[in-house]
Design a protein around this ligand. Sequence first.
Ligand code: HDD
Length: 727
Amino acid sequence: MSKAPRSSTTKKIADLSLNTESGLDTELTTNHGLPINDDQNSLKAGERGGTLMEDFILREKITHFDHERIPERVVHARGSGAHGFFQVYEPMARYTRAEFLQDPGAKTPVFVRFSTVAGSRGSSDLARDVRGFAVKFYTQEGNFDLVGNNMPVFFIQDAIKFPDLIHAVKPEPHNEIPQAASAHDTFWDFISLMPESMHMIMWVMSDRAIPRSLRMMEGFGVHTFRFINEKGKSCFVKFHWKPLLGMHSVVWDEALKISGNDPDFHRRDLWEAIESGAFPEWEFGVQIVDEKDEHKFDFDLLDPTKLIPEELVPVKRIGKLTLNRNPDNFFAETEQVAFHVGHVVPGIDFSNDPLMQGRLFSYTDTQLIRLGGPNFHEIPINRPIAPLHNNQRDGFMRQMINSGRTSYSPNSLSGNSPSQVAALDGGFFSYAERIDAHKIRARSLSFFDHYSQAAMFFHSQSVPEQNHIVRALRFELGKVETTAVRERVLYHLAQIDKDLAKRVADGLGVSVPAKIEGPPNMSIPADGDPKQFQSKRVKEMKPSPALSMANTIKGDITSRKVAMLMSDGFDEAAFATMKKALASAGAVPKVVAPHGGTLKGAGSNEVPVDVTLLTTASVLFDAVCVVAGAKSVKTLQADPAAIHFVEEAFKHCKAVGALGEGADLLATSQLAKNETIEAGIRSKKLVSEVGVVIGGAATASKVAAAFIEAIGEHRHWEREADDFVAA
Ligand code: HDD
């Protein structure tokens, strides 16, 4: 046997600092570098004999496989990540000494992980849930993790209640049902006994909990943080992420159907946008409150169930986050990334928010079990780009080879290295807040208005958004079996808005109780008034237009997916014009047809089919256009899946376009139920023309322009008032 030379890649002595492996142009080896010559057959006693214990190659492979899974995150298990960078617009030295917020020319690398909270790793992206929005900034002064959500408030005020909240929302322990859903008794039981959750409940029942895309949602640091400047002066700060594509959601019926059609809908959307170069962007915003103004609000800045209305303290946009690279390996990056609220940099500090204080313990603790020991900071995705020197040593899976004799401080044998860094030279110091207090388990009375901001949120929503909240509550409470739980929730809703409670109660077929009995509310202060549990809304707050998604940016159709519904015999010129116009506007047109392969046009041209009516659904698109062509449209008219496609898109308030004969498909569907007789001519009429764009094939470019404008509206909610389509 002649011996072939081994490739140069495998001959290279491994560079231990390199952790990426392309898998290209390499030879198969064991974990110890032994070249493998047969990976198809185990070692046997003869061709038909048993496998030998000696087969160390088989054993190594199977053993590694058996240990491939690590515990999923106890919350936020399902996530999607991406790399990118952050750039500040102007130096922020007046407020903070954080180095990454000073130089507009500097790009700070980031890794972002988005997540749902309640579901397991394999659950659907479209669950009604809060979305995690965790950003790791790899700054020159160490990692800063902003571990936030897409909602600016939280369910509870004190971290000691977090395990209770999560136990309540996760699948019920006796039967592990339901997965990734809050619509069950234990969640609402807990909520009904925790009136402090009511503001967050308004958010979770709103459209914010079912985003169209991870790229189209806001992010929030939630807690009040502190900025500290070079002179040691501190101010309070709330962090915001503002998506440049605007905030958009899907409708609940659509969310349910997406979960079946494509449980990876958000993950895929993020991945495809980045692959196609449509890089998601958010502006970084801060709300700054002067130290002396800490008590000027009628809520407590330390209470994480409250937000600062943007109309009171405007959000100053100070920089931009761009996500421009997908992970190379999901496990190595998205799964192993470890965030921690306690990862701050000089110039950023914590406040006494009791939820934040508890989080400061939880995050490192959870990584110890999830990532197998104290050295998870050495996993490539978690490593700081700033140099790391300390006297911490050893432990499971230690990667760093620390040289020298000393691992203690002070030392004289290594010149006292590594040495502390003076605050003036950039060393981190905590804000020297004066504290003079009794050691007690209690909550400040300033935390006890549970309804005013919930009402502000509800009253800030547009009519369609309010309707969605009512429907969401009917759905969730409709799944609750215990009458007393429903009643307690209705009672709390009535404190927010009587009409809201009545509408939900009507849907459930029950009435709103005037008062409720129940176990004592544990969040009553020891010396507080127990009647607080049945308290009324304290004050009327002005609606905050910034809280409504109806006021978001519209008109940009970048990366929006448009179904071009067609079959053999389509009108080639009209198709080409529409497709080109959509693509030039940044949208992603896809040919959807009754069969796969290619479609033959009315002339001699063929176009490839992207997806068939069997393998896709209208819920995976932002809009649909029925392409012209007599034969093509006749085929679609005879296909229930095609009719269902346009009806469903219409029901979900999406833009619907029709070129030429394409209008006949709409006429066949429930979109054209009303018959009108004008001048003796009987004709079917569209029940709503809002967001429906119809025009002749010869005027395709004019139709395209109007269709693009209709897509830019995202949704045409007016249609909901007249909800009749059975799709
Ligand atoms: Fe948390 C993960 C956000 C309260 C304990 N949390 C986690 C993640 C996000 C948040 C985005 C996923 C990070 C990732 O992608 O890896 N958590 C929040 C927000 C909160 C909050 C915005 C309230 C304002 N969390 C909170 C409390 C506790 C925790 C009060 C415990 C006392 N959170 C955890 C955790 C997790 C976590 C158990 C699970 C996995 C992990 O940390 O790394 O430690």
